[in-house]
Design a protein around this ligand. Structure first.
Ligand code: SF4
Length: 522
């Protein structure tokens, strides 16, 4: 493999990086640090020489190729954002000197890895300027969107010739603690310490570089129930203004929740946290009758975002319980959907999480046992429990139509299809998302390593080393944009060819609750 070239403008920066590499026993043949000189003119000259050397290498036996198209820039830099502190790392999402702008799409991958290495990291644009920034000039540069500034990165990136490249700058000065002279690195000790710590991470980034095929599981991301639930909160905010309270996470996804919080939604765990008379939305996972009764007692204006397919399971629970059945609910303890469904008929229901739990069922009449399921279960796992119930209670009866919903079933089929052809499967989704977790398990059962990630920053670079085909799936609560961000980030490591693997098409849509429909005119 070609070595990674790390450009360090100053001697102290090069020394810090080399020390970090030595401490991690990373040899020169894997990462070589090149001192490129202070300021844009020297940076441009160094970039030209690195590029020329890269073009010439390879034809000279015995000489290590300096790695055209795989380049890192590492050094100290000045903060433009007030949120940055001395010693923080900035990973450039793009670098611009005003005339040339270079994108660094793999920035989230490197940022996540640096964070896991214990550094405080921010990703954002870096501005390259041709002289030291004077007091008061930071605001003008910050207005361009840049969060940090340096004097070399833009010209140095020319040496990458459009190939994979990253820029990391350890903050040595901030608007509150300005630099005094080019040779005085104020806050330099903290910055150089961070740079040293970052050096081995650059080697991990280089090991993950390479062209890839990306297989996209389809269907993926939002289902009709999740789209409806998000729309309900947005419409409630539009119609009632902020705040609108939401009991529990509207859907189990950190990005969705953060976006709605920014729009004015307040997420609470219990109705006791909601002021008397306020507007409150029940999440897509459903609530028990007890919660509805409490809302009524507290005079809350409620809108129900329970997915109609969850509401269907609630109705089945009520029907079976009213007919005198013991209802075995196959699902996972503690999940909000399970709690809501069990709450429909607590005295007549029992949670069954495994085949072993079936032996513990104690029906008053063994001829009157029914089973229902959490909507987001893995189909193969649930069917073994259904078989065990049938073996023990031959007269057991189930729901009229499958409780595991169409979206769960389709996404599991899709992940199975990509897992068969992938070296690695990444599932976009949050850790508390049941259907996303089941996708990881489904891929693993198909024999492929799989990981759940909330976004590109969660992807560990070691997962990608030596991997040429990556499958990407997304849970029903994961925004489609996350998949796009992951593909873009992988594209920052080398050429990516994407292929959609379609196992089904979906056209399901659910109507809005009538209280919102009337006001919105839909
Ligand atoms: S995963 Fe299924 S049950 Fe859950 S919200 Fe989506 S459509 Fe409804």
């Amino acid at each position: 493999m070609k070595p990674l070239t790390v450009c360090a403008p100053l001697r102290v920066e090069a020394r810090a990086l080399r020390r970090g590499l030595r401490a991690a026993s990373i040899p020169d043949t894997q990462v070589r640090v090149v001192r490129t000189g202070y300021g844009p003119a020297r940076a441009a000259a160094s970039a030209a020489s690195i590029a020329a050397s890269a073009r010439g290498a390879g034809s000279q036996p015995g000489l290590a190729e300096p790695g055209p198209g795989m380049l890192a820039v590492g050094g100290v830099g000045g903060a433009l954002s007030a949120d940055l502190r001395v010693g923080d790392m900035v990973v450039a999402s793009r670098v611009s000197d005003g005339s040339v702008t270079v994108e660094c799409p793999s920035a989230p991958l490197l940022a996540g890895e640096l964070r896991r290495a214990g550094l405080r990291v921010t990703t954002g644009p870096i501005a390259t300027v041709d002289r030291l920034v004077r007091q008061g000039e930071q605001a003008t540069l910050a207005a361009t969107g840049a969060i940090a500034v340096d004097m070399e990165s833009a010209p140095l990136l020319a040496a990458a010739a459009g190939g994979p490249a990253v820029v990391v700058r350890a903050i040595s000065d901030t608007p509150a603690h300005p630099i005094i002279s080019p040779r005085t690195v104020s806050g330099g000790i903290a910055a150089l310490r961070s740079l040293r710590q970052a050096a081995p991470v650059l080697a991990r980034w280089a090991a993950a570089v390479g062209p890839r095929q990306v297989l996209l599981a389809s269907p993926r991301s939002f289902c009709a129930g999740v789209e409806r639930a998000i729309e309900i909160v947005e419409l409630a905010l539009e119609q009632h203004g902020s705040p609108v309270y939401v009991r529990k996470q509207i859907v189990h996804n950190a990005t969705v929740v953060a976006d709605l919080e920014r729009a004015g939604a307040i997420f609470v765990d219990e109705l006791s946290e909601v002021p008397e008379g306020a507007n409150v939305v029940f999440s897509a996972h459903g609530v028990s009758p007890e919660v509805r009764a409490e809302a009524e007692r507290r005079n809350l204006a409620t809108v129900d975002a329970t997915c109609p397919l969850v509401a269907k399971v609630h109705a089945e629970a009520r029907r079976f319980a009213a007919d005198g059945y013991l209802v075995a609910l196959i699902g996972h303890a503690g999940h909000e959907e399970v709690e809501g469904t069990l709450g429909e008929a607590p005295a007549a229901m029992a949670l069954v999480e495994s085949v072993a739990d079936v032996a513990r069922l104690r029906p008053a009449d063994s001829g009157k046992v029914a089973y229902l399921m959490q909507t987001t279960l893995a189909a193969d796992e649930a069917s073994s429990i259904v078989n065990a119930i049938g073996d023990r209670f031959p007269a057991a009866t189930g729901p009229g139509s499958d409780d595991i919903c169409y979206a769960t079933t389709n996404r599991q089929r899709a992940v199975r299809a990509i897992a068969a052809e992938s070296d690695l499967v990444l599932v976009a989704g949050s850790a508390n998302s049941s259907n996303s977790q089941r996708l990881v398990e489904t891929a693993e059962r198909a024999g492929t390593k799989a990981y759940l990630v909330d976004g590109a920053e969660d992807i560990q670079l070691s997962w990608l080393a030596g991997v040429s085909t990556v499958g990407i799936a997304a849970g029903a609560s994961a925004p489609p944009a996350i998949v796009g961000q992951i593909v873009t980030a992988l594209g920052g490591l080398g050429e990516v060819q994407t292929k959609d693997v379609v196992v089904a098409t979906e056209s399901v849509q659910f109507g809005l609750p009538k209280e919102l429909r009337q006001r919105s005119g839909n």
